[in-house]
Design a protein. Structure first.
Length: 320
């Protein structure tokens, strides 16, 4: 069982690269512990800036450092980074097209017991709506590491959202196919050429249960392809069209509110334009989410493997 959260994978990559690249600067808003960035602060105090609980200043200072040629990584809880500092993300980072990588930690309902004030069920939609801003939700620690390494090589803005808790590995260190801004097809070798009954398009923490749901469906003779859409913006439209056009139904899965600009809305628009068919969005409700651990919340809203498999079967029954 994996015990390494994605946030630590980010720190591990930055730790490894910062020794040879003095332009890498990490900024935190009194969140070095929850962001797993304390080791970076200890190893490279001259490349670490503690802003305190001041998310707006965090983003603006990161943008200023980027204008001076630095590679700024600004980490803060996603619930605050995507709301309190939204204007700074839009103007100082995206409008100015600065080399700032925003790291939204403890995304989705990671702070489950703390309730709606600490949930980030709108950040995918909010940040995706900003021109020049890319939005990524890596699914496990190996993909997270590949993503951060890739983003270190470019100078454009990006928002990376990761959860608080470890997630089960989908990939391995030796087998983690990755291409920036291209969705990963899970278990590709076993997808029939003529198409599938369903395609499940998931991002972030929902990829693992989507993969497990496909395994459950396979036992019932239902063929489901799974797309790891870690790149929510720019969305991999080509893969969406390719797999949706060869499936009877399309399912999306995200720990976000899907109806107002999240992954579900984006996929629905693409499918509606290019290959109309039924799209089912598995996501958080348009209401305050219940209090509980992440898994308790996912189980309650049937955002687990069993719930996803059930929704696929229901969609296929309606298709028939």
């Amino acid at each position: 069982m994996n015990k390494i959260p994605n946030r630590k994978a980010i720190c591990d990559v930055l730790l490894k690269e910062a020794g040879d690249d003095r332009d890498i600067i990490v900024l935190c808003s009194d969140s070095r512990g929850s962001a797993s960035l304390a080791p970076f602060a200890e190893a490279y105090p001259g490349q670490f800036v503690e802003m305190g609980i001041a998310e707006q200043d965090l983003v603006s200072v990161a943008a200023g450092l980027a204008h001076c040629g630095k590679k700024a990584f600004a980490a803060s809880p996603a619930c605050f980074l995507s709301t309190r500092s939204y204007e700074q993300c839009k103007v100082d980072v995206a409008y100015s097209n600065t080399n700032v990588k925003l790291i939204g930690i403890s995304g989705g309902i990671s702070y489950g017991a703390l309730g709606m004030s600490h949930h980030s069920a709108q950040d995918i939609a909010a940040l995706s709506a900003i021109p020049n801003m890319r939005v990524y939700l890596p699914s496990d620690r190996h993909q997270t590491a590949k993503l951060v390494k890739a983003l270190l090589k470019d100078d454009k803005p990006a928002y990376i959202r990761v959860g608080r808790n470890p997630v089960e590995d989908i990939y391995s260190e030796d087998d983690c196919p990755f291409e920036l801004n291209k969705a990963t097809v899970l278990d590709k070798a076993n997808i029939p050429g003529e198409g599938t009954d369903a395609v499940i398009i998931a991002c972030g923490e929902m990829v693992r249960p989507a993969y497990e749901a496909a395994s459950l469906l396979k036992k019932d003779g239902i063929r489901a392809a799974v797309l790891d859409m870690y790149c929510v913006k720019p969305l991999d439209e080509e893969s969406v069209i390719q797999f949706a056009s060869r499936a009877k139904v399309v399912i999306t899965a995200e720990d976000e509110q899907a109806s107002f600009g999240g992954l579900g809305s984006m996929v629905s628009q693409i499918v509606g334009r290019h290959c109309p068919r039924r799209v089912v969005n598995i996501a958080l409700p348009d209401a305050p989410v219940i209090t509980g651990t992440s898994q308790e919340v996912f189980d309650y809203y049937k955002m687990n493997a069993e719930g996803m498999a059930e929704r696929v079967k229901e969609a296929l029954d309606e298709w028939r």
